[in-house]
Ligand binder design. Structure first.
Ligand SMILES: NC(=O)c1ccc[n+]([C@@H]2O[C@H](COP(=O)([O-])OP(=O)(O)OC[C@H]3O[C@@H](n4cnc5c(N)ncnc54)[C@H](O)[C@@H]3O)[C@@H](O)[C@H]2O)c1
Length: 291
């Protein structure tokens, strides 16, 4: 066993991943399985479920992969009952499920707000309420990881309720982390920026320009959009004993976008926190914007 395997303590533990068959969830489930974690996955997408089930079986992973809607409390209860029966322990919960649509707030209505809160916040509460007593009963601590977003940390015009729901998840995680710290159960978030999954591409529309290499070089300090393993690596770390003393916090696998908060690496002129006047065609030099 190498240093990472030994220190991570992941082999032989059990994780539940909601939304774990596609997009970021698939990378998270795969990477946990690669580290010897037994997996329960629930996902809405039947084809993605089939694909993940087959790929985990091929690798000899110990896994239970089911079709189901994580927004339905009865589905979560039944998945957790399966975990009880099969493994009798639960060490890690990863709440991946989330989603949104673009609309100015004034064009949304209570039905839409309800859908966004159900998709992004309420299932997290429910999954935690099921996982925590099992982690406590195990007496080995545990790790809860919520997949949040950079939009929980900045304004998100066109996505106001999504942004508020994810910020609520993060604040919930902080309080829960403190409540559960005496039990050794850690609660953390990962807040990615753009990672071109099929669903993200559908939602982002023209914002997808940051996936264009030049757009990414301007908008993302590290000069590229994220890839799913940028996020799954953080989740593996948070699930593992390598982060044993880390709770109530958020990791930002975003290539530096949150840190840059409005600073862009413009062609020719470099870092500016406004569009350079030269690019607006107003003046020829680059001196238009200073902090
Ligand atoms: N991709 C990005 O750029 C990005 C950026 C920031 C945050 N996020 C967050 O990451 C998470 C995953 O995003 P993604 O881009 O992988 O999206 P995705 O839609 O591909 O979701 C991942 C998986 O969740 C499943 N899923 C969706 N709703 C479900 C439900 N109600 N019950 C069970 N399974 C369900 C999907 O079928 C999919 O397999 C979301 O919470 C999203 O808000 C994504």
């Amino acid at each position: 066993m190498g240093w990472f395997e030994e220190r991570s303590g992941l082999a032989g533990t059990v994780a539940l991943v909601t939304g774990g068959a596609g997009g970021l969830g698939e990378a998270i489930a795969s990477d946990l399985a690669a580290n010897g974690v037994a997996l329960a996955v629930v996902d809405l997408d039947a084809e993605a479920v089939d694909r993940l089930r087959a790929s985990l079986a091929e690798r000899g992973a110990d896994a239970l992969v089911r079709v189901g809607d994580a927004r339905d409390p009865a589905v979560l209860e039944s998945v957790v009952a399966d975990v009880d029966q099969r493994w009798g322990r639960l060490d890690t919960l990863v709440n991946v499920v989330g989603g949104t649509f673009r609309a100015p707030f004034t064009e949304t209505n209570p039905k839409g707000w309800d859908a966004l809160l159900r998709t992004n916040l309420l299932h997290v509460l429910h999954a935690c309420s099921l996982a925590v007593p099992r982690m406590q009963a195990g007496g080995r601590g545990g790790s809860i990881v919520n997949v949040s977003t950079i939009e929980a940390h900045r304004a998100a015009p066109g996505f106001a309720v999504y942004s508020a729901a994810k910020a609520a998840v993060e604040q919930f995680a902080r309080s829960l982390a403190v409540e559960l710290a005496p039990d050794g159960i850690r609660v953390n978030n990962v807040a990615p920026d753009i990672v071109p999954t099929p669903n993200m591409l559908r939602i982002s529309g023209e914002e997808g320009s940051v996936i264009d290499p030049e757009g990414a070089r301007i908008a993302i300090p590290m000069g590229r959009a994220g890839v799913p393993t940028d996020v799954s690596g953080c989740v593996v770390f948070l699930a593992s004993a390598l982060s044993a003393y880390l709770t109530g916090t958020t990791l930002h696998p975003d290539g530096g976008t949150y840190a840059s908060s409005g600073w862009f690496n413009w062609p020719d002129v470099g870092w500016r926190n406004q569009v350079p006047a030269s690019l607006l065609g107003r003046i020829a030099d680059e001196g238009g914007s200073q902090p």
